[in-house]
Design a protein. Structure first.
Ligand code: ADP
Ligand code: MG
Length: 608
């Protein structure tokens, strides 16, 4: 009986044996070297770790034929060249504690031997105290000859030819040259952003694809940003800096009006290391959620710094992910910082294309505005004003009898940022003059935003009303989800849900937030629970309520072609100056634009 079972099938047992080094390295290469861009990443990080100030990259045929990286770093001494190419050999750490205060990009001592196991690799290197450079070649993991003298300045050049030539199965996973090149290109851009002081030249098939000088000043950094991320982003983003005890965040945030159809312009660096982190992208998405049209993605370049003891970088072979010890605190900090800056943005910021000292300061102080839009305070609307939110124009105009109807910019020394209305144009736009020139306002879009922000504020101030369902909803859910509900009962109640546990794998939803009585409750509840499990918070309910408010705001706002009095227009302008995020309508389009007098003079060739 038993012998029958053993004989079954054609699995013949082989003897256990030790794998040889080449095979071990080829297996290891499977983890880190997926495509040309991944080996390029390892080589570039080695160059950065070597303190290079200049790096040259050459890539042929998407990197599948050849990748060369030349740096001017401190080099590798002749007697350590062979060691550099052997497994688990590194100069960067010596004990496990070092992992928790990493100053270098690499530390696993695996990259060079892994690459050399699946390609034809040549390395040339010279340290400052050597007369000559030495060169070593390894093909498919086999060393070709001992280190030989070579002609090279101080630094290191690594050339990798014919990736995967000896592992044809892996070669089949490579994509077209163009795709592989695109991966290399975005990698080089990422490294260039992460290391603003390093000069980088990137040549593909003999053509320069990116060339950036090392930057030391703010201006040079902004120029570099424009080269790497494109001029439109550089022009339509604001620079900011924020610091708290153990964390800091700085970088460029794209204006909401500069949204993207893809997530291709989202860079995040943790202590100088490019990472993709779902926690962070969630925080950023959340910060932008209210100012972006559905399906659009924000653009940003963010540098996050944290005490290295609070972040684990050794969780992924390619080190493209990190783990934060206080992940919720990190999420919270990033969200709050970005959210605050977005709330302070205005369309005038687009004019601030280069980071100026003022814009940096404004962002750091946390309360200032940007560009031409000075600091503003919020006026909390009273709860009783619910109705008047719909009649905002009339009510504010009436409550401000001081303001003479015929006010003009000339009558006042202190001209408000959006100036004073002079006319209504085509029933759509308000024309106003301020101290610098002409302001045009899309009155429906602006009013809609103000109404919406006001309604949201009221929602924040009041408890969310909860509405009992006529027929309670029973849902089957999993064990971990049940535990999430148990531990987040308070949050769920606050959102307006009443959820009872019913056996091991069932819940009963008894009440839902009143504003969402027409929503798809089942999906909403499921999504909320999965958010709570993953992030500890959920914005779904708020977002869904905001959608309802947004449509209320649209219906309750002045329509095009309604004739407005000058006083009503001025009231709208004053509201816009007060209300957060009034620079964009609810769909992320601008609500106002301005043109300066000197620009207008130029149209008419009028010298002043
Ligand atoms: P790791 O970077 O994890 O230490 P690698 O296999 O990438 O492992 O590199 C092995 C060692 O070779 C490094 O620790 C470093 O000492 C040396 N090395 C590699 N590339 C360079 C370079 N461009 N300049 C100077 N030293 C280098
Ligand atoms: Mg390395």
């Amino acid at each position: 009986m038993q012998s029958e079972l053993l004989a079954n099938g054609d699995h013949n047992r082989a003897n256990i044996h030790q794998l040889d080094d080449t095979l071990i390295n080829q297996i290891a290469a499977g983890e880190v070297i997926e495509r040309p861009a991944s080996l390029l990443k390892e080589l570039l990080e080695n160059s950065i770790d070597a303190g290079s100030s200049k790096i040259e990259v050459q890539v042929d045929r998407g990197g599948m034929k050849r990748v060369l990286v030349r740096d001017n770093g401190f080099g590798i001494p002749r007697d350590q060249l062979v060691l550099a190419l052997s497994r688990h050999a590194t100069s960067k750490i010596s004990d496990v504690e070092d992992l928790y205060h990493m100053q270098t990009m690499g530390f696993r001592g695996e990259a060079l031997p892994s690459i050399a196991a699946v390609s034809r690799l040549n390395i040339q290197s010279r340290t400052a105290d050597q007369e000559s450079a030495y060169s070593l070649s390894v093909h498919g993991g086999k060393q070709q000859a001992g280190p030989r003298p070579a002609a090279l300045g101080v630094g290191t050049t690594v050339e990798v030819n014919d990736l995967f030539y000896n592992t044809p199965a892996r070669r089949k996973f490579l994509r077209t040259e163009k795709t592989e090149f695109n991966h290399c290109d975005s990698l080089v851009r990422k490294i260039a952003l992460a290391n603003p002081g390093v000069e980088i030249e990137f040549v593909h098939d003999g053509r320069t694809s990116l060339q950036v000088a090392g930057s030391d000043s703010d201006q040079a950094r902004a120029r570099r940003l424009a080269r790497i991320c494109g001029k439109p982003f550089a022009e339509q983003s604001v620079y900011f800096q924020d610091d708290v005890d153990v964390m800091s965040l700085q970088g460029w945030m794209g204006l909401p009006t500069f949204s993207r159809s893809q997530r291709d312009l989202q860079y995040f660096f943790v202590n100088g290391r490019p990472v993709s982190d779902s926690l962070v992208s969630h925080a950023a998405r959340r910060a932008y959620s209210d100012v972006l049209y559905h399906g659009r993605h924000p653009a940003y370049v963010l540098y996050f710094s944290i005490d290295p003891a609070l972040v684990d970088v050794n969780v992924h072979p390619a080190k493209s992910e990190v783990r934060f010890r206080e992940s919720r605190a990190v999420h919270d900090y990033i969200y709050r910082t970005l959210h605050r800056i977005i709330a302070e943005l205005s369309p005038g910021d687009a004019e601030v294309s280069m980071p100026s000292p003022q814009s940096v300061q404004a962002a750091t102080s946390g309360s200032g505005g940007y560009g031409s839009f000075p600091a503003q305070q919020n006026i909390r609307m009273m709860v009783q004003d619910q109705l008047s939110a719909y009649e905002l124009l009339a009510s504010t105009a009436a409550s401000d009898p001081e303001q003479p109807i015929s006010e003009t910019a000339q009558d006042h020394k202190e001209i408000p940022p959006l100036g004073y209305a002079i006319a209504q144009f085509r029933g759509i736009y308000i024309l106003a003059e301020n101290s610098t020139g002409l302001v045009l306002v899309d009155m429906h879009a602006a009013h809609e935003r103000i109404t919406y922000e006001t309604l949201k504020r009221q929602l924040d101030d009041n408890q969310v009303a909860s509405l009992p369902l006529l027929v309670p909803l029973q849902l089957n859910i999993s064990g971990p989800e049940i535990r999430a509900i148990e531990s987040f009962q308070a949050q769920l109640t606050e959102m307006g849900f009443e959820i009872g546990l019913f056996g091991d794998e069932q819940i009963v939803v008894r009440s839902v937030p009143e504003l969402l009585k027409h929503a798809d409750v089942e999906n909403l509840v499921r999504d909320v629970i999965s958010d709570l499990q993953e992030f500890g918070t959920s914005d779904r309910v708020t977002n869904a309520m905001h959608e309802v408010l947004s449509s209320v705001a649209c219906h309750g706002s002045v329509r095009a072609n309604r004739k407005l009095e000058i006083a009503e227009m001025n009231a709208l302008l004053r509201q816009m100056e007060i209300v957060e995020r009034s620079g964009q309508c609810n769909h992320g389009r601008p609500t106002w634009m301005s043109v300066t007098l000197s620009e207008i003079d130029k149209w008419f060739m009028r010298g002043r």
